[in-house]
Design a protein around this ligand. Structure first.
Ligand code: PLP
Length: 447
């Protein structure tokens, strides 16, 4: 599979490995597959007895057959995913695809796990060739959630150091513990400044020739193809698990912010996973539902909501969605044929969390609640169908204790591994919010 930039689809292409380590294309666009392989036969052949690793291994071989044969594809899947999605029944017509059983308890564990495993495999392979062993330094800024998935996924990986910049005093206590208690190859830099300072410092480091000449700096950004592609695997897994549901009655509902998750589902559809529709569920940051309604894409500043991991006003994966459906102004037609959009207010998010709790005794996180509300609206609009809406449950409610308490009046049970983290001592290195401070830390440790 080759990749080109969304800003120059007919331009020079790069391999998966190159796209993986570069992260973003030199022209600022996102890497996107040039050809869409036809995996219909493969996807149909997967039965409901296939484990997630079975599905992921088959998909890796199907997509990257030139790089991975069946055995190495399976070995990669095993290293990337020491956890599985779970499908559960929520209410008539709605199932949850629970994606929060990984180490950081959010679906980003799937992307981060695959990115870490593929980078480790490639560096180890190169190390074998150059004897000395190739090392890479992953540099990433976080406002909380992404950093913890990346830190957990890369902890203990060979030939990779991870440096995470986070704004001091501005992440939740649990998030801070997720970043600062791993040790080993994970370095937490506590920046005396804001998240924007952290992002600026990372950008400055990538532009600093002294640093890039002396170490292999790379990113683990959410737009990396190494994080995008594996997100298609759980759609195919759910599709295989739900074999009994006729294809024209199966719908996926995706709580969305930056739209990586939805894009991965649409890619699975392009590769041959025949489903009837996707629902793009957003919070009040509704530029994509608005685009589907009006045909006008009007990115703007994000507003803060209860589902804060989806507070995105200018979703970067929209470039990929446009590429899939045709890049001209008329792209809304074909996109509308597959995707329906809907936006959910904070009041509605809280109401659904309460309603689901009183109806089923289950707490769901505010992002998942956005999806459940969208699924209910979709089913209500339908006349006499048998549609099954599989709603992606993107995070464990225990990551959003305050929201659960305020909306439902109940505190979620915190999973053991998160509870244990709260007891561990925090280890971070405090740095000023300047380019020189970061450069000094990196040179003293990795040059
Ligand atoms: C990141 C995130 C989302 C949004 O996913 P996108 O791929 O950015 O659309 C939804 N829910 C949770 C819990 C998240 O962490």
């Amino acid at each position: 599979m080759r990749f080109t930039s969304t800003r120059n689809p007919d331009g020079p292409s790069v391999s998966f490995t190159e796209a993986l380590f570069r992260g973003i294309a030199p022209d600022g666009g996102l890497y996107h597959p040039v050809e869409q392989p036809d995996l219909r036969a493969l996807i149909r052949s997967l039965g409901d007895d296939a484990s997630f690793v079975d599905v992921a291994g088959a998909m890796i071989e199907g997509l990257f057959g030139e790089e991975y044969d069946a055995a190495s594809a399976r070995a990669l899947a095993l290293r990337a995913f020491p956890f599985e999605p779970v499908i559960s029944e929520l209410e008539p017509g709605v199932k949850l695809l629970e994606l929060y059983h990984g180490p950081s308890h959010a679906f980003k564990d799937f992307g981060a796990g695959f990115l870490a495993a593929t980078m480790e495999a490639e560096l180890t392979r190169r190390g074998g060739e150059t004897a000395g062993g190739d090392r890479a330094v992953i540099l990433t800024a976080t406002s909380g959630d992404t950093g913890s998935a990346v830190a957990q996924a890369f902890a203990g990986r060979k030939n990779i150091d991870v440096v995470i910049l986070y704004p001091s005093g501005r992440v939740s206590p649990l998030q801070e513990k997720q970043l600062t208690t791993l040790g080993g190859n994970i370095l937490a830099l506590e920046v005396q400044g804001s998240f924007d300072d952290c992002q600026r410092m990372v950008k400055e480091a990538f532009a600093d020739r002294e640093l890039t000449d002396r170490m292999t700096l790379t990113s683990a950004n959410s737009i990396n193809v190494g994080r995008l592609i594996p997100q298609s695997f759980y759609y195919v897994y759910a599709f295989a698990q739900l074999k009994d549901c006729p294809e024209d009655e199966l719908v996926f509902c995706v709580p969305s912010g930056n739209f990586g998750n939805l894009t991965a589902g649409v890619l699975a559809w392009r590769w041959g996973m025949a489903v009837s529709a996707f629902i793009a569920a957003t919070n009040a940051n509704d530029v994509v539902p608005e685009f589907l309604r009006t045909g006008v894409f009007a990115p703007r500043r994000s507003v803060a909501t209860l589902a804060n991991a989806m507070d995105v006003g200018n979703p970067s994966n929209f470039e990929r969605m446009q590429q899939i459906f045709g890049t001209d102004g008329a792209s809304v037609g074909p996109m509308r044929g597959l995707i329906s959009g809907t936006a959910v207010s904070d009041a509605q998010i809280a109401a659904v969390m309460r309603d689901v709790y009183s109806g089923t005794g289950r707490l769901i996180c505010p992002h998942t609640a956005t999806g459940v509300e969208a699924a209910r609206r979709y089913l209500a609009d339908e006349t006499g169908g048998n549609t099954l809406v599989v709603t992606l449950a993107t995070a464990h409610p225990a990551k959003f204790v305050e929201v659960c308490r305020d909306a439902v009046g109940v505190e979620p049970v915190v999973p053991d591994n998160l509870a244990r983290l709260l007891e561990l001592p925090k280890v971070s290195v405090r740095v000023e919010n300047t380019r020189e401070a970061l450069s000094r830390e990196l040179l003293s440790r990795f040059a």
